[in-house]
Design a protein around this ligand. Sequence first.
Ligand SMILES: [Zn+2]
Length: 230
Amino acid sequence: MHLQKSTGISEKKPDASAGAICSVCGQGELMGFQTLGDKEYLRCPRCSATIMARKSWLGPDEERAVYELHDNDPGDTGYRSFLEKLALPMLERIQPGASGLDFGCGPGPALAEMMREAGMEVALFDPFFHPAESALSREYDFITCTEVVEHLHHPAKVFRQLDGLLKPGGWLGVMTCFQTCDDRFDKWHYRRDPTHVVFYREATLKVVAQRMGWTMTVPCKDVAMFYKPL
Ligand SMILES: [Zn+2]
């Protein structure tokens, strides 16, 4: 027997186009926000995410070419201190020997190396540089996700996937530049990377946490720590 679908509820699917359901929270209906050069951006009235319209996305080859320019050298001290913003609050919350996943680690897995130095086990996954799907078929005590969520074409789907990869009582650490002022959106360096397709306010990530049943704390600017309850 089928459950009767209630009528009057939007049948719209998550997508990155005006009028579609928000691909971050799955609740708001996206509205036009700004058009800057050849890029069109949308805004969700529910979670305040700013989302690049699908028609403005780069193709996979162009996207990869930009990623290959990113400098993720584990030996670079500036980059390591940048990653400590996430590594240190994570290390305060987990025990040595904990198993983790660096989701979207990029070409040079600097954060994973830092966590291993602190006694953690870390698996890697990156759709472009470490595409080992086997890393996505088990559960972890912690997941790190640095400079990743702004690239996601289907954020809600990925947050659900991360929830499935996290043990109850586990931690997910996300680092992304939080959006604050709309006036400076055009000139914001983060906006100007053409592979950045979603911009989150702190409030946006709170909505994500609520939807996923996680609790969220923000230990420092641009870092959110999500706890999956036991
Ligand atoms: Zn939304």
